[in-house]
Design a protein. Structure first.
Length: 292
């Protein structure tokens, strides 16, 4: 199944649920960053969460970024999405691999660490971007985002993220985000909570169901859900360019560039999000200096 995000209303439009299949997206990230199973599952959850949040942006130039910095061996992770859920990510230590935990599952919480923070930045065209920061709850990522929604956005929500991997790559990845309308009744909330408690992990649901409509019905327990948006295709896509890295060189200042020309035949720069290389030879650097 190709990656897709769909939005639904349940319980007579009192509950909004967004469901995502992100298998191809996470597999692309695994290949780009040469991830291990541990870091694939970890970064994959972050990418999936940010792709879900990207669907809430309104304008083409809007963006949302999430940084997780814990005391685990992975170090820092950053993921960025636009309104079309075109996402990119960076991970400080991509080659970390930890033993499975007591339940035979990947130790995402141990890899991230339980002490640290989740930082969300929304650039939505205002003079200053919106910044929200919360301490890590568990390092399992879904729980940490849920805490952010409650404390920073005062939003009652439920979030589940899952990445199923083996030595060959990503088998399935995806998740869901549930948001409650302000006028939702206690009865509906109770029904929803009881249904979610009965569910298996999201990775199991993804393996057993290939249709997002069926997954949304299973999660909400409402057979009469209404599809409100279905043409969102999340994708790992970097927006780096030669021009952007050229601006980065210019920001070093004229004197430093002149020193580079004296000591280096070329300058090689690498994008942290996609590992693409941009090479500036001596002639190009001299040309940049002349224009400064």
């Amino acid at each position: 199944m190709s990656d897709q995000i769909k939005k639904y209303l349940a319980y007579e439009e009192k509950v909004l649920i967004t469901v995502i299949e992100s298998t191809e997206l996470v597999e692309e990230a695994r290949k780009i960053h040469d991830l291990t199973p541990t870091t694939t599952a970890t970064l994959g959850r972050l990418l999936t969460a940010v792709a879900l949040m990207g669907t809430e942006l309104k304008n083409e130039k809007d963006s949302i970024s999430a940084q997780i910095k814990g005391n685990g061996p992975i170090g820092s992770m950053i993921a960025v999405s636009d309104k079309n859920s075109k996402v990119r990510a960076y991970i400080q230590n991509p080659h970390i691999e930890l033993p499975l935990n007591n339940q035979g599952k990947i130790s995402v919480g141990e890899a991230v660490g339980k002490t640290g923070y989740l930082n969300i930045i929304k650039d939505i065209g205002l003079k200053e971007p919106y910044i929200g920061i919360v301490p890590l709850t568990s390092g399992e990522i879904a729980e940490d985002f849920a805490r952010y929604f409650v404390e920073s956005e005062q939003k009652n929500s439920a979030l589940a993220l899952g990445v199923l991997v083996n030595k060959e790559g990503v088998m399935r990845a995806g998740g869901y985000l549930i948001s409650l309308m302000p006028d939702v009744s206690d009865e509906i909330v109770t029904k929803l909570e009881e249904n979610i408690k009965k569910l298996p992990p999201i990775s199991t649901i993804l393996v057993e169901n290939s249709n997002l409509d069926e997954i949304a019905q299973k999660i909400t327990g409402d057979a009469n859900i209404e599809t409100i948006e279905k043409n969102i295709s999340p994708k790992y896509e970097c927006n780096c360019s030669f021009e952007k890295f050229e601006k980065g060189l210019i920001s070093l200042g004229k004197s430093e560039l002149e020193e580079l020309v004296k000591t280096e035949e070329k300058v090689e720069t690498i994008c942290n999000f996609c590992n693409k290389k941009y090479i500036f030879d001596k002639n190009k650097i001299e040309e940049i200096i002349k224009q400064m």
